[in-house]
Design a protein around this ligand. Structure first.
Ligand code: ATP
Length: 465
């Protein structure tokens, strides 16, 4: 059966065109030929319009008589790449020498074919070129989809607010670091805005029109991480039913955001380091390396410097990813931001739930002196809950900061005497209380605590719950 796909053969020798056509017609649905390289652009356009885009071009390197330098081939190769970078080009010449072959591959050709060719070898090269073309189109399509999703997400994104000195300093660092291609490490407790920071860096960078691809390292197993980052080839392992493009490749021309990087096992750290050093990756089960062109942004709520001391994180990797380090302060250390955040979320959820509520001075004071262990995420959830539950025209603060879902029955209440100030102990108690309150429902407990499910599961493991 003939395979779907279109190939164009370009050679000034009519015998070559006939031989190629006879051979390739047996295997591929559409075979076009021309003896004039100036026709390439027109044929590519026509095929595109007819919804049968050219996948592969078999291109002679020499069109002027007696020319053996191959320069013409390189010229047309560049023209084709500029017109449609997803087309895969195979260069051919009768004046075969190793240096010419190496130069052809370097210039972007997928393979180099010596004339006269062996039919089997030519068919094998063409088949590999079709598979490569399919991959290229898939990457292009996924990039466009991701870009579309990013645009949609960004237009709906929450604002990134702050007026405290600490946050003004963060905004300033983001602005300066974003302009460079430096790798950036964002640290901070859960809910302090690490993901928002990563988006802000991408938006303000020279790569802003490229994709922003994020990977949550906290939400996947070690075995999955590798295939997620680097991709895999069909058949590389039992579940690899199809080729899969990795996030490194998807983020090409844009930013790659590795969230919860502290969770990366040592074995995968070695691979990540190699990818960053060589700026190349090899999909699992693949033999060809792929160049990567990304700006790396990482985030963690772990202390990676401590993790290095404890042997959980490689020092060389840390030095590679933290060219610039941005530490987001917890909300309890920047109370000046609270009125701004409360007003913003009150307005946001007020519009969403069609409620017009105000906040009294005493309520704002209570909100400002609360410790917010779940940081801005907890504050946003608390305001949402209060907007829903308030009955009058004033925000009911009682429902915000003393609801069991926020502090839990076993956690100390506002104004109550603490028998400890150890944050870990308080966190442990709050998680236990939330789990009891929601009868063991981890999702509900995580939401009430202002944690993602991934962050919640890590804490459950940490406290042995
Ligand atoms: N400065 C801010 N202004 C407005 N909203 C904020 C701010 N910081 C955080 N938020 C909001 O708080 C929530 C949590 O933010 P984000 O996901 O960026 O935090 P994170 O540090 O990445 O959390 P985690 O470590 O749990 O993944 C989001 O809804 C975000 O919009």
């Amino acid at each position: 059966m003939k395979q779907a796909g279109s190939i164009l053969v370009v050679d000034d020798n009519p015998d070559i065109l006939i031989a190629a056509r006879l051979l390739l017609k047996q295997h591929y649905q559409s075979v076009k030929t021309t003896d004039n390289p100036f026709d390439i652009e027109g044929i590519v356009n026509e095929q595109q319009q007819a919804d049968q885009p050219i996948d592969v071009i078999l291109l002679d390197m020499n069109f002027t008589q007696d020319s053996i330098s191959g320069q013409e081939g390189f010229y047309w190769l560049k023209k084709i790449a500029a017109q449609d970078p997803t087309i895969v080009v195979l260069l051919m010449t009768a004046y075969s020498d190793i240096q010419l072959a190496v130069d052809a591959i370097k210039a972007g050709a997928a393979d180099f074919i010596a004339k006269p060719w062996q039919n089997d070898q030519l068919l094998a090269s063409v088949a590999a070129a079709f598979s490569h073309a399919k991959d290229k189109r898939q990457v292009g399509q996924l990039k466009r989809q991701t870009q579309g999703l990013n645009d949609a997400l960004n237009s709906n994104k929450f604002a990134f607010l702050g007026q405290s000195d600490a946050m003004l300093k963060v905004f300033d660092t983001i602005e300066r670091a974003a302009q460079t291609d430096a790798n950036i490490l964002i640290t901070g407790e859960s809910g302090t805005g690490k993901e928002l920071t990563a988006h802000a860096i991408h938006q303000q960078s020279l790569r802003h029109s490229g994709p922003f691809i994020s990977v949550d390292m906290g939400a996947m197993s070690a075995s999955l991480m590798e295939s997620e980052l680097f991709g895999h080839k069909k058949g590389a392992f039992t579940d690899a039913k199809e080729d899969r493009v990795g996030r490194f490749e998807l983020a090409g021309g844009g930013s790659l955001f590795l969230d919860e990087l502290g969770n990366l096992p040592l074995e995968q750290q070695v691979k990540l380091l190699a990818a960053l050093q060589n700026r190349q990756i090899t999909p699992i089960g693949g033999s060809k390396t792929i160049d990567v062109d990304i700006r790396l942004i990482s985030a963690t709520n772990d202390n990676l410097h401590e993790a290095v001391g404890e042997g959980r994180f490689r020092q060389d990797l840390l030095y590679r990813i933290n060219t610039v380090e941005i530490a987001l302060p917890p909300l309890r250390e920047r109370h000046q931001d609270i009125p701004l955040l409360v007003d913003y979320y009150l307005n946001h959820f007020g519009q969403k739930y069609k409620r017009e509520l105000s906040v009294s001075n005493s309520s704002m004071q209570a909100l400002s002196s609360y410790q917010w262990p779940g940081n801005v995420r907890e504050l946003a959830h608390a305001i949402e809950r209060a907007v829903i539950l308030s009955t009058g025209t004033e925000l009911d603060i009682g429902s915000v900061i003393s609801a069991p879902a926020t502090t839990g029955s076993a956690a100390p209440q506002q104004g109550e005497q603490y028998d400890t100030f150890n944050l870990e102990e308080l966190e442990h108690r709050a998680i236990r209380a939330a789990l009891t309150h929601f009868q063991g429902n981890v999702s509900h407990a995580a939401k009430a605590l202002g944690l993602t499910r991934g962050a919640m599961y890590r804490r459950l493991e940490k406290y042995g719950l």
